[in-house]
Design a protein around this ligand. Sequence first.
Ligand code: FES
Length: 105
Amino acid sequence: VRVRFQRPDGSEAACDVPAGLSLMEAALNNGVDEIIADCGGALSCATCHVYVDDGWMDRTGAPSEIEEEMLEFAVDRRPNSRLSCQIKLGEGLDGLSVALPQRQQ
Ligand code: FES
């Protein structure tokens, strides 16, 4: 599964990862330092925040109720904000593109 992270400075990090990983794990495994993921995917930190690109929101789905609550702690939350540990990468998300926020906390 190919995923692309757009950095705040305009550069891009692209990586190919096995299906089944979360988007957060894809970032950590590929040196995308903007994703901090303090809680390791336990949905209790909001430091794995990303903005899902237009056109991908339908496919990533909506945040769960608990994710919604955690997103309240994300810096500069927007309508397309998601916590990347909650996005599981499957073939349907091949080509996914997300933007990274200026900061996580
Ligand atoms: Fe902590 Fe996603 S890694 S909420």
